[in-house]
Structure formats: C-alpha cells, structure tokens
Design a protein around this ligand. Structure first.
Ligand SMILES: Nc1ncnc2c1ncn2[C@@H]1O[C@H](COP(=O)(O)OP(=O)(O)OP(=O)(O)O)[C@@H](O)[C@H]1O
Ligand SMILES: [Mg+2]
Length: 531
C-alpha cells in the first residue's frame, strides 16, 4: 500500500524528467543531423567546383580525373551501392556492412534487401545499380523515434493532469458539501440554543409560548438531515406542488431578510400549491433555496427586490427567481454552475452546482441564467407521465387503475387527492383513501400534505381498521352506544365467549369458544341478527 502510494507520487515527476531528457536529446540530435546535412552540402558544392575546374582544364586527363573525383565523393556520402553487370557479376561495391563483401551468401541477401528498399536502376553500358538509403535518413528515423517517445510522455502527463484535476474538483465538492451541511445545521441549532437560554432566563415562560419556535427549529433540522441523506441517491418521483414548495422556501426566508438598512423584499407569484410535478420535494426545495440565497447575497448592502414566480405550461412547470441586483459577473458567467466558482469572500461556489445537480441530473429538468437579464434565474421542469396524468385528472366516477409494484400507485392516488381538492374544489372530508398498513397511510398523508402545502383537515386517509373505528366512533350514538367503546380483537372475543359459557355453566371443552366465535362471525357476514 505505502509502496504503491510512494510509486504514484514519484511517477509524475519521473515522467516529467523523462520527457525533458528525451526532449533535450531530440533537440541535440536534430542539431547534429542538421550539421551533417550542412557538411554534405559543403562537400557537394566543393566537388561541383572541382568538376567544373576539371572540365575547363585543357589537360587531356583532367576531365576523367574530375569524373573519378565525383565518383569518389558520391561514395563518400555513405550510400550503400552495388553495381552488377548483365551477367550478374559485381563490378562495383561501396559502403557495404563489414564482412558482407567476402561472403557471397550474405552479399546476395544484402543486395536483395537493397532492392526491397529501392527499385534497382538499370544503366545501359554499366549494368544494374542496387542502392540503399543515405545514412542521414537512418538518423531521421532515430529522430522520429525520439520524438515519438517525447509525445508519449506528454500524453501520459496530460492524462495524469486531467485525472488529478477531476480528483481536485471532487475534493473541493466534498469539502464544500461538508461545510454546507455544517452551515445548514448550524442555523437551527443556534436558534435552539438561544431558546434554551431564554427559557433559563425566564423560567415562568409557558410551554405554549416557545413550543412552536422549538418545533420550527426541530423541523428545519429534520429537513436538513433529509437533504443530505437524499442528495447522493436517485431522486424520488412523487407528485410535489411547486407552488407549495416555493411558498415554504419564501416563508422561510421572509423573516430573515434585511428590513432596516438596505431592505430586501421577497415576493412570490404563484396561483396556489400547484402545479404538480414529479420529484423530491426536499431536494427541489433545497435547489430553490440556494438560488434565492444567492439573490439575497447579491442584494446585500444595497437592497432591492426578489421575485419568485411559479408557472405551469402545457407539460412543464417553471420556477423563476429574479432579482434587481448587479447581475452575474461576466467572468464567472460561463462556469457559474461549476463547483468552486465563487466571487464571494469565503464562498465555496457550491450553491448553484448543487442546484444544477438537483434540477438536471436528479429531475431531468433544465436550469439556466437568462442572458440579458441581469439576475440569477432558474428553471425547474418536472412532469407526471401521460397515463398517470390521465388517472389523476379522470373526470368520471369509479376508475380502476392496475399498476405493478413500484410503478407509482401512491403517487397517482395522492396526486389525484390533491387535484380533487385543489382544482375540483372537493371538500377533504368527502375523500376516503384506504390502504392496508399504517406506514402506507402515514406516507400517503404526508405526501398529500406536501402537495397541498398544509395538512388536509378532515381528509379520510388510513387503514381499514383505523377508518372503520373512526366511523364507528362517530356514528356509535345511532346504535345507542357512547363514543368510548372498546374494540375486541380475536383473543378478547374468545375469552369473552368463554366467560359467558362459564356463567351459563357450560363447559368450554364441549363448546370450544373458537368454534362459537366462527359461527357468530359467519352469521355476521350473512347479516343475520341474534334472533
Ligand atoms: N443572483 C445573482 N446575482 C449575481 N451573481 C450571482 C447570482 N447568483 C449567483 N451569482 C454568482 O454566481 C457565483 C456562484 O454561485 P454559487 O451559489 O454557486 O456560489 P456562492 O454563492 O459564491 O457560494 P456558496 O453558495 O457555496 O456559499 C456567485 O459567487 C456569484 O458570483
Ligand atoms: Mg450561493
């Protein structure tokens, strides 16, 4: 483990060193090659001078001498050359690798290799010329290999740099999230501590006076805990009333706005608890809070107004936050939603990054700042699927919905309840929602409350047993009972039957109470009265 870490730490500097070394070698090598080429050019030019001098010399052998000189010079360039005559005999051989000339078999193989490199030239009167590459070409191949190695090192470095940048962004996000959680928990905790101190100082305070404040703080703490629990998971898809969510966020901020110097006003334009969108109310609330917080920050010290609007279009819902502050600084506009981008002293740049994650990744919505409007603006778009929408808005009487596990039955039911109350004006007391378990009933009630933005008083939501008991207590007077009756379960009923049998001197052995209980139950099912 430790060795691995040490290795990983040492690897990038080692690669940098290697790249520098290879780069320096490439430069040196290229310089040497250039020098060689320059020397070759000088030698060739000098030779040309001598050839011309020989041709102009009136001495009869001078021209031949010049040509021989030329041939020598060409050989000295280092090009491997073999000349064969028409019979295949070697008439000239130059720059062969050592030992090849003496060994006919190796000589034949070498000539074949030259022919593969370059097609042989046929020169009438001389024969066939087989030739190889200039030595400088070999040097170029070396140079190319060196450059390849440097390039490889650079690619390795680029990948490493990219990965460490991603890791750094993740670390920043991490640290910012930790700070954000501490910050969000801190506010209600501080308030709670304040109330405790107040109670200490004023021991005569009645509980009722502070209970609602304490409860508000506790609720806030609970909400914050829920946020951090849910941000890392796929978002829930429950119907949420965006108007109700916006109302909650706005009422959270209102008492906290600056009112004396540089006052900030916060207004909400929404037509009610709706429109309904599918999502996680805890997270959407968080996103909206981050955006409104930014608007408040932007207006701090100068005052101004913030307008929050909730609108519904045909298939989407939109929440807009607009402030008349200075607008987004041009140099951060392009990366506004990146984590760590902030113009505030002590800002972590986490607010908008979180909001975008919530809206775009967790709710498949869109978010953005509108160009030209000098203010932060957010859009949240969420929707029910068409079949669910149809079930929720069904206008007729009975409707049977068949839906598998996890397909959103509770979502449809709660959205329908909210729809009936909000848009069809049905009184909550006329809605009866029955389910099997207490847990499901509690969940349903909570969701309807979220949708409506308030606990729907009088709504009948519960299990068969709870709702029946409620009905019985309400209507008991019709049967001549008071509302304080006790409901017997199976065991209670059986021991009651046993007691009755004993009173009549009958043996429970001969008349098993369980059998009698079953007979009575059967009679009740067939609506048979005791007579
Ligand atoms: N309504 C706005 N008006 C002007 N600038 C804004 C507005 N909203 C956001 N910005 C700019 O976008 C930047 C990023 O916002 P973001 O909420 O991501 O981080 P932050 O507010 O700086 O820090 P944090 O939210 O983590 O405390 C801000 O620093 C600010 O420059
Ligand atoms: Mg912010």
């Amino acid at each position: 483990m430790a060795r691995n870490v040490a290795l990983r730490r040492a690897a990038p500097p080692a690669v940098v060193g290697l790249a520098l070394l290879l780069g320096a070698m490439t430069v040196g090598y290229a310089w040497v090659v250039a020098r060689h080429l320059r020397d070759d050019a000088r030698e060739t030019s000098r030779l040309l001078g001598r050839v011309f001098a020989g041709l102009n010399d009136p001495h009869p052998d001078a021209a031949t001498e010049a040509l021989l000189d030329l041939a020598r010079q060409v050989r000295s360039l280092g090009i491997p050359i073999v000349v064969t005559d028409t019979a295949g005999r070697i008439t000239a051989l130059d720059n062969a690798p050592p030992g090849v000339a003496a060994d006919p078999a190796r000589l034949g193989a070498w000539i074949a290799r030259l022919d593969r490199e370059n097609l042989p030239l046929v020169q009438p009167g001389v024969g066939t010329i087989h030739y190889g590459a200039l030595p400088v070409a070999q040097r170029f191949i070396g140079l190319a290999a060196l450059q390849g190695a440097v390039f490889f090192c650079l690619v390795v470095l680029a990948v490493w740099a990219y990965r460490s940048q991603v890791a750094a962004a993740r670390d920043r996000l991490w640290a910012a999230m930790a700070r954000e959680s501490a910050h969000q928990l801190g506010t209600p905790l501080m308030s709670l501590t304040g109330w405790i101190a107040y109670l200490r100082d004023n021991p005569d305070t009645t509980a009722a006076e502070v209970a609602s404040h304490l409860q508000a703080d506790a609720e806030r703490l609970e909400r914050v805990a829920k946020r951090f629990e849910r941000i890392g998971r796929p978002a829930r898809r429950e119907p949420i009333g965006l108007g109700a969510v916006a109302e909650r966020v706005v009422s959270y901020f209102r008492p906290r706005l600056p009112t004396l110097a540089s006052p900030v006003t916060l207004s909400l334009a929404a037509t009610g608890p709706g429109p309904t969108a599918l999502g996680d109310s805890v997270l959407v609330e968080w996103a909206l809070e981050a955006v409104i917080k930014n608007a408040i920050d932007a207006l701090s010290g100068r005052g101004g107004r913030i307008d929050v609007a909730v609108e519904a279009t045909a298939r989407t819902a939109r929440v807009t936050v607009r402030d008349d502050g200075p607008g987004v600084a041009p140099d951060v506009r392009a990366q506004l939603f990146e984590p760590g981008v902030s113009t505030k002293p002590g800002g972590w740049g986490i607010g908008l990054a979180l909001a975008r994650r919530i809206v775009e990744q967790q709710h498949a919505g869109r978010s953005g700042v509108r160009a030209g409007i000098p203010a932060g603006e957010r859009e949240v778009s969420l929707a029910l699927n068409p079949a669910q929408e149809a079930a929720v808005r069904y206008p007729g009487g009975p409707l049977l919905v068949l839906a598998g596990a996890g397909s959103g039955k509770t979502r449809v039911l709660t959205a329908r309840i909210a729809y009936l109350i909000q848009e069809r004006g049905v009184a909550p007391a006329r809605i009866f929602a029955v389910t099997f378990t207490n847990k499901a009933a509690g969940e349903m009630r909570a969701r309807v409350a979220t949708l409506l933005g308030a606990d729907p008083r009088g709504l009948w939501i519960g299990t068969f047993h709870a709702l029946s008991a409620r009905l019985l207590r309400r209507e008991a007077a019709l049967l001549g009972f008071g509302p304080n009756f006790t409901i017997y379960d199976q065991d209670d009923s059986e021991s009651f039957i046993k007691r009755l049998l004993e009173q009549r001197g009958l043996s429970p052995k001969a008349y098993p109470p369980r059998a009698i209980h079953a007979i009575i139950s059967g009679a009740k099912n067939r609506m048979l009265l005791p007579e």
